[in-house]
Design a protein around this ligand. Structure first.
Ligand SMILES: NC(=O)c1ccc[n+]([C@@H]2O[C@H](COP(=O)([O-])OP(=O)(O)OC[C@H]3O[C@@H](n4cnc5c(N)ncnc54)[C@H](O)[C@@H]3O)[C@@H](O)[C@H]2O)c1
Length: 272
């Protein structure tokens, strides 16, 4: 497929998980991909595998985001797709124990970065004058309670509001602004959220994958490639009339019934 040929795409948080999978998918569909992350080792590896470029970018630092967009424009002749995907679990625990500084740090990674990414991507796309696609990673935790930590969920819900608001403003420029809400997806997010590495991280990820396989109507864990496929659609001209939307990719979790109320897959529906 060459849906993205001729397009330059920047993806943040592309050293791992959903972002790395999107980088692979975008490149396979013909895009020139700029892999952005704080993790230089894995980021460079992903970029090398897909023939892309790695730029070190801490999304909590506005000058890093500005330099990232400039690197795409100066190095590759433009910016067609900006996928703000970097995120962390951030502060966890009960609301009664909320630490204000940790709140600010979580918001800086998960929300402020998305707004600043939109700012600099829209500036570049407006200057270019040929529109573009901005995609952000939100979460099912934005849509229902109990699916993520409080501040994480709040940031992801705010991304939905930001997406719809900026989409209205940018439509006259031909810039489409959408978000993707993944359900539970097998990545390193859970282990890094617990501060785990190596074997302990692999053990927790395997346990989560097993749990996720039974958490929604489609009885398998969500995989990064599932989310990357939705991102490739939004990045492409197939989505030319799609803006201000949140595409939920969750195996039916939020659209069907609650995880605690799933029917037994071995039970046949009663005949009418
Ligand atoms: N995995 C899930 O179940 C799930 C569900 C819903 C939403 N999400 C969202 O998907 C996105 C990608 O997460 P993932 O699951 O692939 O996890 P991941 O941990 O595999 O990838 C996250 C990437 O973001 C990078 N990152 C973290 N802080 C950064 C910073 N300050 N600057 C630049 N890069 C930074 C990390 O180095 C890592 O490469 C996140 O926004 C996450 O909230 C994940």
């Amino acid at each position: 497929m060459t849906r993205l040929s001729g397009k330059v795409a920047v993806i943040t948080g592309a050293a791992s998980g959903i972002g790395a999978s999107a980088a692979q998918r975008f490149a396979a569909e013909g895009a020139t991909v700029v892999v952005a992350d704080v993790d230089e080792t894995s980021g460079k590896q992903v970029a090398a595998e897909i023939g892309g470029t790695f730029i070190r970018c801490d999304v909590t630092v506005e000058s890093d985001i500005e330099a990232l967009v400039a690197a795409a424009v100066d190095g590759h002749g433009g910016l067609d797709v900006f996928y703000g995907n970097a995120g962390v679990t951030g502060i966890q625990g009960p609301i009664t124990g909320l630490d204000a500084s940790a709140f600010d740090r979580t918001v800086a990674v998960n929300l402020r970065s998305i707004a600043l990414g939109m700012k600099h991507a829209c500036r570049a796309m407006q200057t270019q004058g040929k529109g573009g696609s901005i995609i952000s990673t939100t979460s099912v935790a934005a849509l229902q309670g109990g699916l993520g930590p409080h501040v994480y969920s709040a940031c992801k819900a705010a991304i939905v509001g930001l997406t719809r608001s900026v989409a209205v403003e940018q439509a006259p420029f031909g810039i489409r602004v959408n978000a993707i809400a993944p359900g539970g997806t097998v990545t390193n997010l859970f282990a890094s959220g617990e501060g785990l590495e190596g074997e302990a991280a692999a053990h927790l990820t395997a346990a989560i994958a097993e749990k996720l396989a039974h958490g929604q109507p489609i009885r398998r864990a969500g995989m990064p490639a599932d989310i990357a496929a939705a991102a490739a659609y939004l990045a492409s001209d197939d989505a030319a009339f799609v803006t201000a939307q949140v595409i939920v990719v969750d195996g039916g979790l939020t659209g069907a019934f609650s995880a605690g109320n799933l029917p037994d897959p071995n039970e046949q529906p009663a005949a009418e």
